[in-house]
Design a protein around this ligand. Sequence first.
Ligand code: PEP
Length: 248
Amino acid sequence: MQKLIVGNLKMNMESVSQRDTYCKELKEEFADLKTEHVIALCPPTVYLEHFTRIFSKMPVNIGAQDCFWELYGSYTGNTSPKTIKSLGAEMVIVGHSERRKYNHETNEDIAQKVAILLRTELMPIICVGYMESDDEMDSVRKQVEIIVQNFTTDDMENLVFAYEPVWAIGSGKTPTTDEIHTMIMFIRSIVSATHGKEVAENVAILYGGSVVAENVTEVCTNAYADGVLVGRASLSPHKFAQIARMLK
Ligand code: PEP
């Protein structure tokens, strides 16, 4: 079954020469890669145009790491989804725990971003997770409910959830296969309550948090994730390609 493998490059490749080295290595890694899965990379916004151009002839989709909830106007420093779309990107990560933490984004902010992304025909990848101090189920329930209750059944086909326990991000620690599977089923049950069983079974749910080549098959096969959101390992073109190679 086709999976979605998304690399989140975060605020890295700080210089143009680092960016160029990364792109060159990634092109080499992906040159002979045969995969039925969908590969996507989310570089820093300022590099979007470069990435869409460099990878235009390769099976690598490009996405952004965030956007604003309006299309234009006096919003200094923000990026319009329309700009992201016109640069050739196809998806946008929203609600990453780092944005919730450092930019104080709320569930309401994230719902507004999802609305504008759907209008702009960009696929939102909506991160949901929990902080170590939170009640996990309650925190994930609130983050998912605001989306399922504010969007239509048709919208559910055009968005993706990414379950990311905050403690697993960048830590080298992952939940057990059963724990990941339980949370994926929990998210499906929330979708089902509003949109029915069929929609819930089909909504795409990724897992993110210390995914590497060694655990990607377990996550996608035994925990039934529809793909993975990869942070640290995507910074190495070789490790990122290995993740794609591992998934049969
Ligand atoms: C992330 O930040 O979304 C993430 C999954 O990071 P990492 O793979 O490094 O845990």
